[in-house]
Design a protein around this ligand. Structure first.
Ligand code: ATP
Ligand code: MG
Length: 473
């Protein structure tokens, strides 16, 4: 196959080819860029491989411009990078790798193009296009990568046990590419996942979660999670999610499978948002169901308190998965803690005070919370779904009404602690905190409006009841 037409317009590729010719080096575009070119997925990263020094080629390319172009050289790795307009160009010499049992760190030596292609993870990632003038555009495809692109298949170039045990991260990448590209994993390669899943233990959490987040950010992350589950990779790093799977029955009473429910909620939320953390909230929302599950004859299966327990589990799981422990974790935790509140609201009566409290607690995340709740409706009964969604409409309308009246979204106490101390000549004390708290409660309950005048009035009443009088000046 010749792809010279497909790459003819990409000036930078021709330039690298010309530089390689001057140095007398064979050079190729390789890996993800070639795959994406054939799939017609635009990409801005190009990896170049040459048989010889990748660094020398990169230097030659950088020098070929009249103006300065930023070149980074990573001597230890034998690689170099050039950033050019919106292109990111990587240069490396062809290499072969051999691995030891206990480490991801390979012993690297110079190699041929074929050896370089062999060490790549999948047949579709092992394609190379020649860019020297004499052979410009010729595809080098020793493992039938083009066939696998057509068949939509993820397959290792070598025996899967070799590819996966050499670098177990490739198992996560197999699932990640299958999910992003909507490909199947070829049966032998899949068996390789099953056989080598436990080898994931030598991979750092950061690298695993990097791939996991790419799966979560794909169009249909449920597909990736199902693959992770059946290949048992998920068991290696996220056992709490594995525990969601399964249905228990007592007599004719059974509960739903919370793993598949969670995956549906995750797919549903993807229709609303590309935000990674809202997607994580969907993954985590029922995480405590297995540990809070109880059965009694009257109520059947219950998961009381799973929202609070789930919120408490969130930091532990985030820490273990090497996810950030900052406000992003707090956001997920908050949504997990509040995810039942809008439903509880519509089951009772939608009172102003309950809505006000919800807005107060959720703050600016109240819209995300409502979207999570909508995504959480996975009933197969269309009437039930309709009723739930209509009820959420009602809650949202009420949120707007309450917001127009009282601004409690980013609640700032209308009377500050300092003011209370000054007016009554009080030192910092429990009493000051109590007065502040009671004013806030009165606002949330709707007993007073959220403004200074009414807050001050109430403050005097509260002080009087506590036997505190205004400081005489
Ligand atoms: P994307 O950039 O969308 O993640 P990509 O295929 O370009 O996809 P990169 O991680 O950028 O992936 O890697 C570039 C190329 O390097 C891959 O196409 C593959 O040939 C090779 N590669 C990357 N990581 C590995 C690995 N762990 N094992 C073997 N080959 C790898
Ligand atoms: Mg890439």
């Amino acid at each position: 196959m010749n792809l010279s037409k497909e790459i003819a317009d990409i000036e930078v590729i021709k330039r690298v080819g010309a530089c390689a010719d001057k140095l007398g080096l064979e050079a190729y575009v390789v890996g993800g860029f070639v795959r994406d070119l054939l799939l017609k997925r635009p990409s801005k990263d190009i990896d170049f491989v040459c048989v010889g020094s990748g660094i020398a080629l990169a230097k030659k390319v950088a020098d070929s411009f009249d103006h300065h172009v930023p070149l980074s050289v990573f001597k230890n790795f034998g690689t170099a990078m050039i950033k050019l307009e919106d292109w990111e160009l990587e240069f490396v010499g062809a290499r072969k790798e051999s691995y030891r049992q206990d480490s991801r760190k390979p012993i690297v030596e110079d190699g041929t193009l074929k050896e370089d292609q062999e060490r790549r993870d999948f047949t579709i990632n092992a394609l190379a296009i020649s860019i020297n003038q004499a052979t410009f555009g010729e595809l080098v495809d020793p493992f039938d990568g083009v066939r696998d692109l057509k068949r939509k298949i993820i397959k290792t170039p070598l025996d899967p046990d070799t590819t996966f045990s050499d670098d177990p991260l490739r198992m996560m990448r197999a699932v990640r590419f299958a999910t992003q590209l909507k490909f199947d994993i070829e049966p032998d390669t899949f068996d390789g996942l099953l056989r080598n899943a436990s080898r994931l233990e030598i991979i750092s959490g950061e690298r695993i979660v990097d791939e996991l987040n790419k799966i979560i950010l794909s169009d249909t992350p449920s597909y990736g999670f199902k693959l992770l589950f059946v290949s048992k990779l998920l068991h290696q790093f996220f056992p709490e999610m594995v525990d969601l799977q399964g249905v228990d029955s007592v007599g004719d009473k059974s509960h739903k499978d919370n793993f598949y429910h969670t995956l549906q909620v995750l797919d549903n939320i993807c229709e609303f948002t590309d935000d990674l953390w809202l997607r994580w909230a969907a993954i985590m929302h029922d995480i405590a169901k297995p540990v809070t599950k109880r059965f009694n004859k009257k109520a059947g299966w219950t998961f009381h308190g799973h929202e609070d327990k789930g919120a408490r589990m969130t930091p532990k799981i985030f820490r273990k998965l090497k996810l950030p422990m900052d406000e992003r974790m707090k956001y997920v935790q908050k949504l997990v803690r509040l995810h039942l509140r809008p439903i509880a609201l519509v089951n009772d009566k939608v009172t102003d005070s309950a809505v006000r409290r919800l807005v107060y607690e959720a703050g600016d995340d109240v819209e995300d919370l409502m979207n999570l709740c909508r995504a959480d409706v996975t009933s197969k009964n269309p009437n039930r779904v309709k009723r739930f969604l209509a009820n959420f409409d009602k809650v949202e309308q009420k949120i707007q009404e309450v917001e127009e009246k009282d601004q409690v979204r980013n609640f700032q106490p209308p009377v500050s602690g300092e003011e209370i101390m000054k007016i009554f000549g009080l030192p910092p004390s429990k009493t000051v905190g109590e007065i502040k708290e009671e004013i806030k409660e009165a606002i949330l309950e709707g007993q007073i409006e959220n403004n200074k005048e009414q807050a001050i009035q109430l403050m005097f009443k509260l002080a009087e009841a506590k036997g505190i009088s205004k400081k005489e000046n």
